[in-house]
Write a protein that binds this ligand. Structure first.
Ligand code: OSB
Ligand code: MG
Length: 370
């Protein structure tokens, strides 16, 4: 499968509702899309880097630079067997995994189309119905948060995750539990705490949370192990897990009992499957994290979530929660039981709305073989 050319584009999409974490508020996404033009099929990938280097070191701008200067020129014109080979052929750029994932995943999408099979089958997935959860950001008031939770619970979502930070945590969780005693509830701190706050974090135990996601430093595994020893609640690592070796270290050190797998954070499908396999062998449950993706990244998250180890509801929710108009057709929808039916269509399983993408595009560049 020859990669004849690679198109990079940046699109802008306003969120239906702002999304706030411990590191800031997002109102409009700047999303970088990659198209791998391969002998009659176009594979699409989405870069999950944020607008600013707050979640990790990458941003839309750094991903554009790395893809344009290094990654796309290295793969344009090459004959590749597979998405897996694309991962193997990436140039020796350190880090920048979200940029790499966008390109690698586009090749996986093209490969599935060339084979005429759904991407999830190519990945080795078996699940046909996925459990959907939601991630709800920090709001302007407790009342606003409780209202949002009520809407999502009524819609059928199987797990509610709320963002926490010092000053928006114990009181908020207490109110949620008082109003929703039985829901599956998690919280995500995006590294907002330090180990000297262990007494405060112990207070979270009373809320019977499914997990606390990434309470401590984004680049730290060992100190999470010290914290996990002190808490009854399961820890889950997000930011700290960049590859399967991190997953192995975290599991062996007992730094967490659950793993969040994000395609961009680990650098693409090839490494995401490796992380999944490490967790599965250790019987550590995993779930698929979200990064406020457009439909393309969302479709890829769904494909990944069909792997058997994804036994917990993911941050995989309906397109309409994020976008007035999503760039895929149909948009992702969720049943009243909080499930998403896996598409049987080839490739990513959702058609790309190219005219709409064109309308959202603010810059575009095609890289061809030298
Ligand atoms: O930590 O999971 C996170 C969004 C942006 C950056 C980091 C995170 C998130 C989310 C959103 O929680 C999940 C979603 O896409 O709905
Ligand atoms: Mg997280």
């Amino acid at each position: 499968m020859r990669i004849e050319a690679i198109t990079l584009r940046e699109i802008r999409m306003p969120l239906v509702h702002f999304f706030e974490t411990s590191f800031g508020r997002t109102t409009e996404r700047r999303i970088l899309l990659v198209t791998a033009h391969c002998e009659g099929v176009d594979g699409w990938g989405e870069c999950t880097a944020g607008e600013h280097p707050f979640y990790n070191e990458e941003s839309t701008e750094t991903a554009w630079y790395v893809l344009r200067e290094y990654l796309a020129p290295a793969l344009a014109g090459r004959d590749l067997e597979s998405g897996r080979e694309a991962a193997f052929r990436m140039p020796a750029v350190r880090g920048h995994r979200m940029a790499k994932a966008a390109l690698e995943n586009a090749v996986w999408d093209a490969e599935a189309q060339a084979l005429g099979i759904p991407l999830w089958k190519l990945l080795g997935g078996t699940r046909k119905e996925l459990a959907a959860g939601v991630s709800i950001g920090i709001q302007d008031s407790h009342e606003q948060l409780l209202e949002k939770i009520a809407v999502e619970v009524a819609a059928g979502y199987q797990r509610i995750k709320v963002k926490v930070k010092p000053g928006w945590d114990v009181e908020v969780l207490a109110k949620i539990r008082a109003q929703f005693p039985a829901i599956l509830l998690s919280c995500d701190a995006n590294s907002a705490y330090t180990l000297d706050q262990v007494a405060h974090l112990k207070e979270f135990d009373q809320f019977r949370l499914l997990m606390i996601e990434q309470p401590l430093w984004s680049d730290e595994i060992y100190l999470h192990a010290l914290l996990q020893r002190e808490l009854a609640t399961n820890l889950c690592l997000d930011e700290s897990i960049l590859h399967a070796r991190d997953a192995l270290a975290a599991i062996e050190l007992k730094a967490c009992r659950i793993l969040n797998i994000k395609l961009g954070r680990v650098g693409g499908f090839t490494e995401a499957i490796r992380v999944h396999d490490v967790a599965l062998a250790a019987e550590v449950p995993v779930w698929c994290g979200g990064m406020l993706e457009s439909g393309i990244g969302r479709a890829h998250n769904l494909a990944l979530s069909t792997l058997i180890g994804f036994s917990l509801p993911g941050d995989v929710s309906a397109s309409a929660r994020y976008w007035k108009e999503d760039i895929i057709e149909p948009g992702v929808t969720v049943s009243g039981e909080g499930t998403i039916a896996v598409s049987g269509a080839v490739g990513r399983g959702y058609a790309v709305r190219e005219e709409l993408i064109e309308r959202f595009t603010v810059r575009k560049e095609t890289i061809r073989a030298k």
